[in-house]
Design a protein around this ligand. Sequence first.
Ligand SMILES: Cc1cc2nc3c(=O)[nH]c(=O)nc-3n(C[C@H](O)[C@H](O)[C@H](O)COP(=O)(O)O)c2cc1C
Length: 328
Amino acid sequence: MADLSTTWMGLKLKSPIIAASCTLTGSVEHVSEAARCGAGAVVLKSLFEEQIMQDAARSLGGNEQRFFYAQAEDYIREYSRGDALASYLELIRASCREVPVPVIASINCVSAGEWVQFAREIEDAGADGLEINIFVMPSDPSRSSAENEQVYFDVLSAVTKAVRIPVAAKVSSYFSSLAHTARALPSTGIGSLVMFNRFFSPDIDIDTMELKPAPLFSTPEDYCHSLRWIAMLSGSVGCDLVASTGVHNSETLIKQLLAGAKAVEVASVLYLKGFEEIRTMLEGLEEYMDRQGFASLSELVGRMSMKNSLHPAAYERSQFMKHFSDIS
Ligand SMILES: Cc1cc2nc3c(=O)[nH]c(=O)nc-3n(C[C@H](O)[C@H](O)[C@H](O)COP(=O)(O)O)c2cc1C
């Protein structure tokens, strides 16, 4: 029987499917269910930088308004009523007690502010690792790409200095030179890049002329962007790569591993099909490995990366020339 174990940032995982940070991983019951269904690790629902600062302000007795970030104010007021930090630390402790797989805490942030000190409390609560979901929207025309990208380095360096547990950076592909930045980011001490985050996006209701949220969940076709970049960066970045977005079935799981991902993170499929789907995907992987004669994941991971592919240029191709000529 094939060995499905893998390693991620020095952590040993019994399988390459990680339950991604989402509202489901905000309860111990769901975290336990993910582990029961075969998840190799679980990333808890994120705590937001703004929540940390708000609670910090409250406990200091200061004017909490000064810590508010304009864009997040309404959301934070609604979401973090009560002691968000204490509840989060309790979620970590309880999950670590209940679940026999690595429990990764998660923080969403946009700057290297005072919140970074809270990472130590996360470590003390027993988290096996920390995933930093970091995104600077490159929408301010007065800021250069270098200024925006520096934020990533500042945040990740500050966090890895603050804790001893492994740190993953969950990023988007919004970089002016993604390959260059991805190669440079491990100098901050991170153990993994998770590629890519999927964002809340606004949409327009054409009848009411109001904004509405775009579809919350990914589709099974959404994996290709991540697949291309995992394949192109695999073997040339000094940390583990994890694929995120659009992994809904065992076929996509296998593709991402072949491209070079050490593991995948899944969220949408858990909402759409339930945690049992993790088991189904692992059965599909095992059946594939037996059929192809792979005894362990180390024989499979990266087999179709750009470096190992017979047609590496195909990963770089971005125009439809051939398809335009074929399609009438
Ligand atoms: C309802 C929902 C809540 C999410 N909450 C978080 C979150 O708190 N922190 C985070 O880093 N990602 C969050 N995500 C993003 C997922 O972790 C994941 O990166 C994204 O959905 C892409 O993976 P998927 O295609 O498997 O859904 C959330 C996704 C969904 C659908």
